[in-house]
Design a protein around this ligand. Structure first.
Ligand code: HEC
Length: 142
């Protein structure tokens, strides 16, 4: 009788362990590709040699950011409220700006103008990101 209950207990343990193992597989870490994607670094740092040998410049390589995200993070502060005479996001406010030509808008955004600091306070934005953000702003007000 004792023997029987030991066997029954062991069988129960096996059933529980099997069920636990089956449950655990629901939280499997995924394929190797999925794991690599999850733990991939956000950006890569590459040290670039400049024309002047021996001198080096550091460039951060990362995916370009979304223009709307850049606008919301950096530009909205002034352009939503008109701080310091920043053109509000309306067609009327932007018409004379747009009339200057897109290249002027790119240049003033990159270099700054009046109360607007260079890069519109996005100091780590690339020129490409700033241009895309200007495009996005111009499209948004039309
Ligand atoms: C600190 C406030 C401030 C922030 C932040 C800011 N701007 Fe401006 N922006 C201004 C002001 C003020 C002007 C008007 C400058 C003038 O005409 O003297 C302006 C003008 C502009 C113009 C028109 C330039 C022209 O030549 O007429 C563009 C384009 C522009 N901003 C884009 C941006 C973008 C893109 C960002 C974010 C990356 C940004 N701004 C962030 C204050 C700001």
């Amino acid at each position: 009788m004792l023997q029987l209950s030991v066997i029954a207990t062991r069988m129960l343990a096996i059933v529980i362990l099997t069920a636990a193992a089956a449950g655990a597989s629901a939280f499997a870490p995924g394929t190797e590709a999925e794991i690599r994607e999850r733990i991939a670094p956000f950006g890569q740092l590459r040290v670039l040699a400049t024309e002047d040998e021996g001198d080096t410049a550091v460039a951060v390589q990362r995916e370009p950011r979304n223009p709307e995200a850049i606008y919301n993070q950096f530009c909205l502060t002034c352009h939503q409220s008109g701080v310091a005479g920043a053109p509000l996001m309306t067609a009327d406010a932007w018409a004379p700006r747009i009339a200057q030509g897109i290249d002027t808008l790119y240049a003033t955004t990159i270099n700054g103008k009046g109360a607007m600091p260079p890069g519109g306070t996005c100091f780590d934005c690339t020129e490409e990101e700033l241009k895309k953000t200007v495009d996005w702003m111009v499209e948004s007000v039309q």
